[in-house]
Structure formats: structure tokens, C-alpha cells
Design a protein. Structure first.
Length: 307
């Protein structure tokens, strides 16, 4: 797919009307690697809905800017790890080269893509999230999906189907969250993706099913509430925040990932939004605890090319 002239990725960093995150990713690729991007992709953070098999995408993206190479080198950078950019040979067999901790899994994805015939010439890549790690939404799944889609696109290759790409990523990173990965690749705005229980073979995987999940359309609001402070205090602080939110009118709360973390998603009537925030903030301030962060969440669509 070729980006239209209005979305020329090489000029994205200088287009004042572009989304700031995508401008930043394009500019950072130039700054880190001395090349302008040939494509910029975005992939949404994703979350579980608290019911088995239900996942959805959030309207906050991870961006990946990419430019192709022909010398078999991959260069990775991220402003989340400014001192740990790296240049690595794309070796398809044998032990992987030493890499900074943050780059180990992206390199594994690049290596798997190379083995499958994609991006073997090498690629310059910059990965940029829109949320801090403290928000509690997994960065890996959207980053790896956006990276894979970007690599294939800048090398002008016929892209694998998204189902094929999901299986490749699952084989490469089996300890990742496959449900979140599928939300990243297949989500629809205002809907949740309902996944079949278990892992069915590709030949018999049932068709994807969707259910309506659009809080804004029903007069509700979905908010991510993340507590701050020392790790040992997180469980108690999170439980206290949820109790305060429920007392002020929140309808339900659940962790965005498969296990406990430092954040919860809170569903509440839009009319109670200010009351919920005020109740939580006053309680934490009154006890001398760091005030939790609040982030509005829109139910968004799947990964896509931005330029």
C-alpha cells in the first residue's frame, strides 16, 4: 500500500497538522538513524473486559516509524529508552546478538519475520508509545504488531494476512498475551472482540465474533485509574481507590490485563465522572498518599497505517 501524497511519511515530522505522536515518531527516526520514514504505523493498546474471552482496543496508540535497509542491519530506537538505541545484524539462525533488554523482544519479532521471508534487507525502526508504563496497559503487544506491519510495508512485500501474522507472533513470543494481540490486530471501534476459549488450530478457528461495547453511546464513561507510589502499597491503594469510586457511583471495575497490576478500568455513568474523581482524589490526599492518575478510554479500532 502506498501512502497518498497528503500523508507522505517522509514529510510527516514537518507537518504541523499531523498527530503529535506520529510527528514525534517520524522526527525521532530521523534524529536517531539519519533517515526519513517510509511508513508510520499505529497500533492500539488493548485490554481485557473482565469477562472470559472479551478484549477491546483503547484509543491510545503505539507508533512505529520505519525505513527499509538493504545491508541486513536493523537499528532500533525508542524515546522510552533514549540511552539504549542499538544496531544489530539480522541473523536468522544461531544465538541472537546481545541487545538492550527493551530491544530483545522486538529483535525476536524481526528475526521471525526474516525467517518467514519479510524484511531480510534490514530496517531502521523507532517505537514510541503514547502512555507511560505506569498506566498499566501492556505496551508489548501493540508495539510488536505495529513493528511487524511496518517492516512488511516498507519493504514493499505482499503482506501476510493478519491471522497469519498473529500466529507468527504467538509462536515467536509465546509468553505474550495472545488475546490482547488479537485485539490489536482485529479490534473494531465501539465493539469488543469475543474470542473462543482455548487455542483452536488455524484450520478450524471459528470466525471472529464481536459484541457491542461503546460506553459513550450509552451515557457511560470508561476510565483507566492507575495508582502511584511504592509497589508494596499498590494492592491496598488500588482496592481503596476502587471502593471510593464505587461509593461515588462507579458501576464496575476490573484489571486491564490478565492479572493484578497498578491500574483498573472503571465503568461509570458520565454524570458521575466528576464525583468519582473528586471522591478518590480527596481520599488519597487526606491520607497523604499520591493521587491516582485518571485516563479516559475510547473503544477504538485495530492497527493501521498512518502515513
Amino acid at each position: 500500500m502506498t501512502a497518498p501524497a497528503a500523508l507522505d511519511p517522509a514529510l510527516l515530522a514537518r507537518r504541523a497538522t499531523a498527530d503529535p505522536l506520529f510527528r514525534l515518531a517520524a522526527y525521532a527516526l530521523e534524529s536517531a538513524h539519519g533517515v526519513r520514514p517510509a511508513a508510520v504505523w499505529s497500533a492500539p493498546y488493548a485490554f481485557h473486559l473482565g469477562s472470559p474471552g472479551l478484549v477491546a482496543a483503547a484509543g491510545w496508540p503505539v507508533a512505529v516509524a520505519a525505513a527499509p535497509r538493504t545491508d541486513g542491519l536493523v537499528r532500533l530506537s525508542s524515546l522510552s529508552h533514549p540511552a539504549h538505541s542499538c544496531d544489530l545484524p539480522l541473523e536468522l539462525s544461531g544465538p541472537p546478538p546481545a541487545a538492550p533488554d527493551w530491544a530483545v523482544r522486538p529483535y525476536a519479532v524481526l528475526r521471525a519475520l526474516g525467517r518467514a521471508g519479510y524484511g531480510r534487507g534490514g530496517t531502521d525502526l523507532h517505537v514510541q508509545g503514547s502512555l507511560a508504563e505506569a498506566a498499566g496497559l501492556a505496551t508489548g503487544e501493540p508495539a510488536h504488531c505495529a513493528l511487524a506491519l511496518a517492516v512488511v510495508s516498507v519493504h514493499g512485500q505482499v503482506p501476510p494476512g493478519r491471522e497469519q501474522l498473529a500466529r507468527l507472533l504467538a509462536r515467536t513470543l509465546p509468553d505474550g498475551d495472545d488475546a490482547l494481540r488479537r485485539a490489536v490486530l482485529f479490534a473494531r471501534p465501539g465493539q469488543a472482540l469475543l474470542l473462543a476459549p482455548g487455542t483452536a488450530p488455524a484450520t478450524v478457528r471459528p470466525p471472529r465474533r464481536y459484541v457491542a461495547f461503546d460506553p459513550a453511546a450509552t451515557g457511560s464513561r470508561l476510565v483507566l485509574l492507575a495508582v502511584r507510589g511504592e509497589p508494596a502499597a499498590v494492592p491496598d491503594d488500588l482496592a481503596r481507590a476502587v471502593a471510593c469510586a464505587r461509593r461515588a457511583g462507579a458501576l464496575s471495575a476490573w484489571p486491564p490485563g490478565p492479572g493484578p497490576g497498578r491500574s483498573v478500568l472503571v465503568l461509570l455513568p458520565a454524570a458521575r465522572s466528576a464525583a468519582v474523581r473528586t471522591t478518590v482524589v480527596e481520599d488519597f490526599r487526606g491520607r497523604g498518599r499520591p493521587v491516582p492518575r485518571f485516563l479516559n478510554i475510547a473503544v477504538a479500532g485495530a492497527a493501521r497505517r498512518e502515513a
